[in-house]
Design a protein around this ligand. Structure first.
Ligand SMILES: Nc1ncnc2c1ncn2[C@@H]1O[C@H](COP(=O)(O)OP(=O)(O)OP(=O)(O)O)[C@@H](O)[C@H]1O
Length: 632
């Protein structure tokens, strides 16, 4: 690019300018040359370098030796381009003062071909000079032309340079564009790599999915097979269903007619149940609304009692026989018999089950809506508690647990006929004419006092007493256990207290037959009375005397009340004792009463047994008015 033309033009320009100057100053130079015709030792030498043609102006090579120590003027002419005339190099020996190169044809140097003019041949000389001038002018002209050409060339070159610079800028910007593009491409390459990684992952995933797809296809095939099987089964079952639907329609029709029959039978059943109740009650009334059962317990040693006799063919009589020895010893001993007749007499071998069978009819009456009262009367140790409560084993269980069991079973059966029962239990002790809640579970120090109250509808309630709602046999048995615990606690504090107190278990029964709008309400009252032994025998004193007075008072009042009821007296002294006041609802016209007279078979209990039997006999003679069920 920056090759020779520039250098060449510079040189040419320098040469040209010096040439023009030389052209103007040509004459004086000549003069000088002439004046200084003496050969001088030139200090510089003018050398023509690279001239291919011989110099036009010089006819012969310079004669003089190059001056020593002088400056050198060099005219360098670039390689000829066909424009330049042969350049002339002349060396003017002017010593060190020669500042500009002088092109001279120096006479001293002499031309190579031109003849040497004589001194006088001025004309010739002038002509030579003119030739020279013309030559120089031609050369100047050609140099100028060359210069112009070079200028043009330079201009072109400059343009080219500008152009190339522009190209360079353009290419640089292109390079920067390429670099940017490269950056973008490197981003693209990264992206490509990422895409390729993603692609690999996707391919793996695809292959996994393909595997799964194959599995699914297999599954689908098996399911399709299964579906086909199921469809076949379905069609079979549909036909079965159609058959069954037809059967169902028939069955529904049958059910409807059966329902009608059931409703009819329910009506009949209800009517039958009502009739049964009526008949049952009639039987109970025929048996007497107050019944007395005598039960003689076995001797403690298991032997047979000599003074109590039973009639093997008659289970309603019992005889107390007493042999009276002759006081004089001369007459034979006399035997005095006391015969008693009751609704039923149970000997020492009678089991608890046997005894209960007789009572169970009364228990049924309680469910039918009649008040039922069952109490055990007798001297201490005669078997009252055994009869009423019994032992905890199944066979020896007494009246209360068996009655409870029967009631819940019967209630369940009646439930199937539409009856719904609610039961409320209470357990109270009457000691020294004071009431004590046997189901109380609070602190002994906070035990409340109780009062017997009679409501406007003649219902007897006790204040502050625990009335426990019960729905099954076990619950009631739990309450009985709690009552026994309460009694034994009191017993340790006071010796043999249970014998000297009455315990009253009450189960309030409420039945509703919602479908027929029938209700019934009753109370089953089971009483274990205090020992009935006479005061004289017990030789009671102090607290014991008070106890015995209370017991005897309440027991004799029980007899009086029963007698008053039997005689249909206008006034019945219920309030004379807590016992009769409490049992008011269960005695009298609207109830069924059963009395156990318990007899101890020991000989020394003869007197007490006789008293008990006499008391029971009086009660047995009573016929309490016809009972009516508490129905609404
Ligand atoms: N029929 C019977 N068969 C077997 N044992 C009996 C019978 N009756 C009572 N006994 C037993 O006789 C004993 C006294 O009976 P029990 O305690 O029932 O008399 P009680 O009249 O309740 O006395 P108390 O007035 O002191 O409570 C008890 O051990 C009891 O188990």
């Amino acid at each position: 690019m920056s090759r020779l033309p520039v250098m060449s033009s510079k040189r040419v320009l320098t040469s040209s300018s010096s040439s023009s100057e030389n052209a103007q100053d040509f004459a004086p130079a000549q003069k000088k040359s002439r004046k200084d015709s003496d050969p001088v030792k030139p200090k510089a030498a003018a050398t023509v370098i690279g001239a291919k043609r011989p110099p036009v102006g010089s006819t012969r090579p310079p004669l003089s030796k190059p001056a020593r120590g002088g400056g050198a003027a060099t005219v360098a002419v670039g390689p000829s381009r066909g424009v330049l005339k042969p350049s002339v190099a002349s060396t003017g020996a002017k010593g060190g003062n020669m500042k500009q190169p002088v092109v001279s044809t120096g006479t001293k140097a002499g031309g190579t071909g031109a003849p040497r003019r004589h001194a006088w041949d001025l004309k010739g000389k002038v002509s030579d000079m003119e030739d020279k001038i013309r030559n120089y002018q031609t050369r100047v002209k050609s140099v100028n032309q060359e210069n112009e050409v070079l200028k043009g060339s330079m201009f072109q070159s400059q343009n080219k340079v500008v152009e190339m610079e522009q190209q360079l800028i353009k290419q640089r910007s292109q390079i920067s564009d390429y670099e940017k593009e490269l950056q973008v491409l490197s981003g693209v390459r990264d992206e490509l790599e990422k895409v390729s990684t993603d692609k690999n992952c996707l391919q793996k995933e695809l292959s996994n999915l393909e595997g799964k797809y194959k599995v699914m296809e297999t599954l689908r095939d098996s399911q399709e097979t299964e579906l086909q099987t199921l469809k076949m089964k379905l069609s079979v079952q549909e036909s079965t269903l159609a058959r069954l639907q037809a059967t169902l329609r028939d069955t529904e029709e049958e059910v409807r007619s059966l329902k009608d029959t059931v409703a009819q039978q329910k009506d009949e059943l209800h009517a039958g149940e009502m009739e049964r109740r009526q008949l049952h009650n009639t039987i109970q009334e025929l048996k007497g609304n107050i019944r007395v059962f005598c039960r003689v317990r076995p001797l403690v040693d298991g032997g047979l009692s000599k003074h109590i006799q039973f009639t093997p063919t008659d289970n309603k009589t019992v005889t107390l026989a007493k042999t009276e020895e002759s006081h004089t010893g001369k007459t034979a001993d006399t035997q005095k018999n006391y015969n008693f007749s009751f609704d039923r007499v149970f000997g020492p071998q009678a089991s608890q089950q046997e005894v209960f069978e007789e009572i169970s009819l009364l228990v049924q009456s309680a469910l039918d809506g009649y008040n039922v009262c069952c109490f055990a009367y007798g001297q201490t140790g005669s078997g009252k508690t055994y009869t009423m409560e019994g032992d905890e084993f199944d066979e020896t269980r007494g009246v209360i647990p068996r009655a409870v069991q029967q009631i819940f079973k019967a209630a369940e059966k009646l439930g199937a006929q539409g009856w719904e029962f609610t039961f409320t239990a209470s357990f109270v002790e009457i000691y020294n004419e004071t009431l004590r809640d046997l189901l109380y579970t609070g602190k002994a120090s906070k035990r409340p006092e109780h009062e017997i109250r009679k409501s406007t509808n003649n219902e007897i309630t006790i204040t502050n007493l625990t009335y426990e709602k019960v729905s099954c046999e076990d619950q009631v048995l739990g309450l009985i256990a709690l009552a026994n615990q309460n009694r034994s606690t009191a017993q340790t504090a006071q010796n043999d207290r249970s014998s000297r107190s009455h315990s009253v278990f009450q189960l309030d029964i409420e039945g509703v037959h919602a479908g027929r709008d029938v209700k019934c309400k009753s109370t089953l009252c089971l009483v274990d009375l205090a020992g009935s032994e006479r005061m004289v025998k017990s030789q009671s004193q102090g607290e014991r005397f008070k106890e015995m007075t209370a017991i005897n008072g309440s027991l004799s009042n029980l007899g009086i009340v029963i007698a008053a009821l039997a005689n249909k007296e206008s006034y019945v002294p219920y309030r004379n004792s807590k016992l009769t006041y409490l049992l008011q609802g269960c005695l009298g016209g609207n109830s069924k009463t059963l009395m156990f007279v318990n007899i101890a078979p020991e000989t020394d209990s003869f007197g007490e047994s006789l008293n008990s039997l006499r008391f029971a006999s009086k009660v047995n003679d009573c016929v309490i008015g016809t009972a009516s069920a508490n129905r609404k």
